[in-house]
Design a protein around this ligand. Structure first.
Ligand code: F6P
Length: 345
């Protein structure tokens, strides 16, 4: 596949004359146009009236910044003229029915990482495209396997769009003239052996034992059972962490913890964890709650939260083994777990 191809050329190649694929391609193209608009706002910041100020709270109690609401409006108006049955957004209490007969539906987090807006750090947009089921009310109550496409945009030093159409993951960057995304990394694969982990360590005292054990071993580095040194990163912006993992490998953890309101972690299943898990798996990685594969989970509610552990496959598997182990301490010290190269990732 050609590097330098525009997103539109890639979408035309994908859809050919298939009507379902055409609908997916049109939705992705509309989301990309919305992203170009949002990218302009994030780049200009206060000059475009973006203050990063709190405007209120969404129905789930999350703080809404001015750009959260503007991004939501931009995406809704971009998708409005396409054949989309149901649109769900982090900023809306309930899904909105647009066009009942349409084959696809879209869930979005219009502006992920919005606490970073006024610190000039990366934020993003996440989307998930699913097949509309016969019972339209269950559109977003399907497992992650119902996704037909998923992606995210990072508004950082470059504006990049990461996309899976179900066969690998492509990375596009917005060209400097600002009107087209161009393919820069076709079929990206997550590197397996990077010694980097990302977690908000200020929550350490609230973590469950398997997370405590995993991070303790990373911090012990070359002196511990992992026998190598690790480096920690925490940007506080899921899209930026995911982009780093795709390009450099490693693991990201937002686990459940003992704080009030965090018994299922912080991130949302429908429009954060499902699309990220689809992308991770399509790039050769994995995504799990520690107990279960994220793509197997069937949401009970639109804004449901879920623990998310994602990244290089062997690292995620190691954590799952810690969750399965009744005696974490002896498990970690078992020669098979500690010493075999496979388990040291
Ligand atoms: O979606 C919410 C989000 O901003 C993610 O982008 C990020 O990973 C996380 O919250 C940061 O959470 P905390 O502020 O608890 O570290």
């Amino acid at each position: 596949m050609n590097e330098g191809l525009t997103l539109q050329e890639r979408l035309d190649e994908f859809s050919a004359s298939d009507s379902l694929r055409r609908a997916i391609a049109d939705a992705v193209a509309a989301l990309a146009q919305a992203a170009i608009h949002i990218s302009g706002l994030t780049r200009r910041g206060a000059l475009a009236g973006v203050t990063g100020q709190t405007e209120g709270r969404n129905t789930d109690g999350d703080i809404q910044k001015d750009l959260d609401l503007r991004a939501d409006r931009i995406i809704r108006s971009a998708l409005g003229s396409f054949a989309i049955a149901v649109l769900a957004s982090e900023e809306m209490a309930k899904p909105e029915i647009l066009n009942r007969g349409a084959a696809i539906s879209v869930a979005v987090d219009p502006l992920d990482g919005s606490s970073n807006i006024n610190t000039n750090m990366s934020v993003g947009t996440i989307f998930s495209i699913v097949r509309t089921p016969a019972d339209i009310d269950t559109t977003f109550m399907q497992s992650g396997e119902a996704q037909l496409a998923a992606g995210f945009v990072v508004y950082g030093p470059q504006t990049s769009l990461v996309l899976t159409l179900g066969r690998g993951v492509d990375v596009f960057t917005l060209d400097s003239d600002g009107d087209a995304f161009r393919l820069i990394r076709p079929m990206i694969q997550i590197p397996a052996d990077t010694a980097e982990f990302a977690i908000n360590a200020s929550n350490q005292r609230h973590w469950e034992a398997p997370i405590q054990a995993y991070i303790e071993d990373c911090i012990a580095g070359a002196d511990g059972v992992r026998r190598k040194d690790f480096n920690m990163r925490w940007i506080g912006s899921l899209v930026a962490e995911a982009y780093r993992i795709l390009t450099r490998g490693g693991i990201f953890l937002y686990p459940a913890d003992a704080r009030d309101g965090y018994s299922e972690g912080r991130l949302r299943l429908v429009y954060e964890a499902h699309p990220m898990a689809f992308i991770m798996e399509q790039a050769g990685g994995a995504a799990s709650t520690g107990h279960a594969r994220i793509l197997d989970l069937v949401p009970r509610a639109l804004h449901q939260r879920v623990p998310l552990i994602m990244g290089s496959r062997e690292k995620v598997r190691r954590l799952e083994r810690l969750y399965m182990s009744p005696d974490i301490k002896s498990e970690r010290n078992a020669p098979l777990f500690a010493n075999r190269g496979l388990f040291r990732n």
